[in-house]
Design a protein around this ligand. Structure first.
Ligand code: GSH
Length: 229
């Protein structure tokens, strides 16, 4: 079956969301035919509308609808898309149990450690106008140090080929970029990011606008939260 014959997957997304950008990169990597539904999650709160909540009661993006099969959680979506549509690009989520386990390890590290530490550090500042919390800042730095160590040994996060682990973590790193958090002192991470920016022909298309929009939103939100305090 050629891609054009494959019924299109629907993706509900917001450019501002790091997880959505990881899914967008995966879609590009797979060359998948996708019907995009851009959501306004910050002003119109479209994710809270009954039609969306009926589909995803957790009201989060990214969410996909693959002919009635609804799925959310960006990393689960990455796994699903490659499992279902990535036959020719199975290196993205390898079949070999040990290789796949290494990809899963990084995805869980991203969910439970890296992206969590980013959200824990920045959200109180952006949403509630709080001062930066040193302990949370240290947790983020620790996560980046781990990431730096992982990249000591291999070209990509789970070996010598690009996998969905790279796309997921790259998404999280773009969140840092939108918060103007510098990563240059994490040399391996910095080099890996700069290399991926050049290697992935869809990097700009999937990330640039979203990073800028998130940066502008966060700046504005910070100001508002500080004023309201
Ligand atoms: N772990 C989830 C996080 C999803 C998430 O929290 N998405 C945010 C945008 S970054 C969202 O949809 N927020 C709207 C809301 O919770 O109402 C994933 O990776 O998909």
């Amino acid at each position: 079956m050629s891609w054009s014959e494959i019924p299109s997957v629907e993706l509900y997304y917001a450019e501002e969301s790091a997880g959505c950008r990881a899914v967008l990169m995966c879609i590009e990597e797979l060359g998948l035919n996708v019907e995009l539904h851009k959501m306004d999650i910050y002003q119109k709160f479209e994710q809270r509308k009954p039609w969306f909540m009926k589909m995803n009661p957790q009201h989060t993006v990214p969410t996909i609808n693959d002919e009635g099969f609804i799925l959310w959680e960006s990393r689960a979506i990455l796994q699903y898309l490659v499992n279902k549509y990535g036959e020719e690009k199975s290196y993205l989520y390898p079949h070999d149990p040990q290789e796949r386990a290494q990809v899963d390890r990084i995805l869980f590290f991203d969910l439970g450690c890296l992206s969590k530490s980013i959200v824990d550090f920045f959200n109180p500042q952006v949403l509630a106008g709080e001062d930066a919390d040193e302990r949370k800042g240290n947790a983020l730095k620790q996560a980046l140090e781990y990431l730096d160590q992982f990249l000591e040994e291999s070209r990509y996060l789970a070996g010598d080929k690009l996998t969905i682990a790279d796309l997921s973590v790259l998404g999280s790193i773009t969140h840092l970029e939108s918060m103007e958090f510098r990563i240059k002192s994490y040399g391996n991470v910095y080099k890996w990011v700069e290399r991926l920016k050049l290697e992935l022909p869809y990097y700009e298309k999937c990330n640039s606008d979203g990073i800028k929009k998130h940066r502008d939103w966060a700046k504005n939100q910070r100001k508002t939260s500080r004023t309201l305090k």
